[in-house]
Ligand binder design. Structure first.
Ligand SMILES: [Zn+2]
Length: 308
């Protein structure tokens, strides 16, 4: 049987990535799945300068960093520690605190844990680049404050924040999602959100709110008049499920979040949701190993050619 793509627990994970050498091997397999070639002269021969995480070309002696562009770049900490931290942050669906990380990794200093966590979480708050496609449900919700009176009373509670959402329809389930904090319910705002989140030409399902009419320019817009707002969840079940999950997560994990920090948490929620079935991809994104390739699996790692 093939080895699993992702370890089943921290102990198994740590066995995979027990040494700096194993972590370096993994980094190289992720970055150069076809094997390393010198970017200067194209030669395939190289040797590793371990202490500095550099590959040196045998032909022209050009040095290439194996950690450039990742959170591991110029780190003084052992690579297995970083790998374990990224694993913990990936696998704990609710957020992970610096104190928990310090305890789990046995770190002497809280500040080290805090800095690591901060760097890893930064990867989750980068806006997603690929836009949704196929058929997409689009709607908005209020986060914080009172739930009732959707688009009703205009006397908006200042603590309420509007979140626009779009979810791909995948059979009865959901594909990828995009969520964004937006300033108002205007047509210009929803058009801007759609342009950032959804590929032009996509079929977009909404309710009959007039501000969605602007979507018909770039999209196959399919509005449905819902009437009673209580039916919205039935007509657009996926986007409403995403909103409900977001609110549960915010309340359960973060005990509610102030308006100021909400955009970052929304981005983290989207990151986690979109990678819920691909933990190895999430793990690699956190380390900064985002490539155009599919995630590098354990199997691929051990099939990779040794350099030199
Ligand atoms: Zn070279």
């Amino acid at each position: 049987m093939a080895p699993p793509d992702f370890p089943r627990g921290l102990a198994e994970f740590q066995a995979w990535f027990a040494s700096d050498e194993a972590c370096r091997h993994y980094l190289m397999a992720c970055r150069w799945p076809e094997g390393f070639r010198c970017p200067a002269c194209g030669d395939a021969g190289s040797y590793l300068l371990s202490a500095r995480n550099l590959l040196q070309c045998r032909a022209c002696r050009r040095q290439t960093s194996i950690t450039a562009g990742t959170v591991l770049d110029r780190t003084r900490l052992p690579l297995p520690l970083w790998f374990a931290a990224a694993y913990l942050v990936t696998t704990h669906t609710p957020g992970f605190s610096a104190l928990q990380l310090q305890r789990q990794l046995g770190l002497a200093r809280y500040e080290t844990a805090w800095t690591m966590l901060h760097k890893l979480r930064r990867a989750m708050v980068r806006p997603e680049r690929d836009r949704l496609s196929g058929t997409v449900e689009l709607d908005e919700t209020y986060v914080g404050g009172v739930e009732e009176g959707r688009r009703g009373g205009r006397q908006r509670d200042s603590k309420k924040v509007i979140v626009a959402g779009a979810v791909e329809v995948r059979g009865h389930g959901s594909g990828r999602i995009r969520l964004m904090v937006v300033p108002d319910l205007s047509a210009a705002t929803f058009t801007r959100f759609a342009e950032a989140a959804i590929t032009p030409g996509t079929t977009v399902l909404t309710d009959g709110w007039p501000s969605f009419r602007g979507l018909s320019g770039s999209y196959q817009h399919r509005p449905t008049v819902i009437g009673d707002p209580k039916n919205a969840a039935k007509q657009l079940p996926r986007v409403h499920r995403a909103f409900a999950n977001l609110k549960t997560w915010l309340l359960g994990t973060h005990h509610g979040v102030g308006a100021k920090h909400l955009p970052h948490y929304v981005d983290e929620f989207v990151f986690r949701f979109n990678r819920r079935r691909t933990p190895m991809a999430a793990f690699q994104s956190l380390l900064g190993l985002t490539t155009r390739h599919a995630p590098t699996t354990y199997q691929m790692l051990y099939a990779a050619e040794p350099t030199g």
